[in-house]
Write a protein that binds this ligand. Sequence first.
Ligand code: ZN
Length: 157
Amino acid sequence: MAVRKIRELGDEILRKQCKEVPKMTLRTKMLIGDMLDTMYDAMGVGLAASQVGILKRIVTIDVGDGPIVLINPEVIETSGEQTGEEGCLSVPGKAGVVTRPSYAKVRALNENMEEIEVEGEGLLARALLHEIDHLDGKVYVDLVEGGLHDVKKEGEE
Ligand code: ZN
């Protein structure tokens, strides 16, 4: 497996619609492995395939409870509201305040192309909605209230 280059805001691929994954292939399995490696290497909580330049409906998420792989995910339920800081590996060094539902339920396929449902509150709900937005060419900066601000990197005071 390998760490892939993360596309940054301004790269037009981030604004494109990703395509459904019809079946699991060796190439797609390798992509998923690389996405997990890339996400962990960048210390992110989520990554969409378009962020590594591949227009497939695949996201990886880990908010600290282990990896979640979602293929062709669909948001089937949301409720509540949360307002908080959000960042994106494609917008390095920046964060902004975004209001999103505080609960989300998603239907998707797992790596074995079996149907699964994932529900989350708080950070997991935020990550699910943020990553699924990427698959439709949406980036969180469009939702930010009050503009982006700089975040300090680890080790910088
Ligand atoms: Zn993102």
